[in-house]
Design a protein. Structure first.
Ligand code: MN
Ligand code: MN
Length: 274
């Protein structure tokens, strides 16, 4: 399957700080900066496959206004995946995962979502905003098209969100109790990476620095476990990178690394021969 990289520059539903709309540019710069190459850790060189097995579609143009933004993102992703392509999106606050998953779950029944985050993002509403970046997984679970939601890296969960997790049957793996393993998964899987799943030491460029988080290696090892199992990764996003808070482009580099590994997991290198 061909993989499409898509920038989603939209952060109107950030509850604390704007800035995640600038992430697509920052992450692309990190990927292109010349200090690294395009090889994944499994040894796939994505460089020569650019334009065949995967392509960069650039950034979406997204108007202001919640309803429009949601529908714009959802229809754009639906259009991209209509031919069987898979999307890796980068940028935006976590709101964007809702419309992306709307499109992906319309094509893939029994979708499992693996969600890395300091926060469960299950609020019914935050500050009166049901589109808040603190709410996407409540909206997704309400729509009922997703079979399983597993969360990792979670280290701040309010009583309300604990109730919401119970209500929706969310498999919350609180980080303080996590044994480093991703359970065996089957069928189509969507991966959503909020950069604040990582400890601020590894990813300072986020709007919500929550100490005590994952190492970059723990997250990469999690991806590797998913890749080694039976599941098929059919879509992924990297969200909540806020370049205005970054230090030495460190978080943009980490985001670029995740993008590279995700493309590598989803790509069919044979497409490069076509
Ligand atoms: Mn989040
Ligand atoms: Mn978060």
């Amino acid at each position: 399957m061909v993989v499409r990289l898509l920038g989603v520059p939209y952060d109107a539903h950030s509850s604390f700080l704007r800035g995640a709309a600038d992430a697509p540019t920052a992450v692309r710069s990190a990927l292109d900066c010349g200090s690294a190459n395009w090889c994944t850790e499994s040894g796939v060189d994505l460089g020569p496959l650019n334009g065949s097995a995967w392509t960069d579609l650039g950034d979406l143009t997204i108007p202001d206004g919640a309803e429009n933004a949601r529908d714009t993102i959802s229809s754009a992703v639906a259009e991209v995946i209509a031919d069987g392509s898979r999307v890796v999106s980068v940028g935006g606050d976590h709101f964007v995962t809702w419309p992306i998953v709307q499109a992906v779950s319309a094509v893939h029944d029994d979708l499992t979502i693996v969600h890395f985050d300091a926060h469960p993002d299950l609020y019914d509403e935050l500050d009166g905003d049901r589109y808040s970046h603190a709410c996407p997984f409540a909206r997704i679970m309400e729509e009922g098209r997703v079979a399983r939601l597993l969360q990792f890296g979670i280290r701040t969960i309010t009583p309300h969100q604990r109730q919401q997790a119970d209500r929706f049957g969310v498999e919350v793996h609180e980080f303080r109790d996590w044994d480093g393993r991703i359970p065996e998964l089957a069928g189509p899987v969507y991966i959503s990476i909020d950069a604040d799943a990582l400890d601020p030491a590894f990813a300072p460029g986020v709007s919500h620095n929550e100490p005590g988080g994952m190492t970059t290696r723990q997250l990469l090892d999690s991806l590797r476990q998913i890749d080694a199992g039976e599941a098929r990764v059919v879509g992924a996003d990297v969200v909540e990178i806020n370049p205005s808070r970054d230090v030495n482009d460190q978080t943009a580099m980490v985001g670029g690394k995740f993008v590279r590994e995700l493309i590598g997991m989803m790509i069919d290198p044979q497409e490069g021969d076509a």
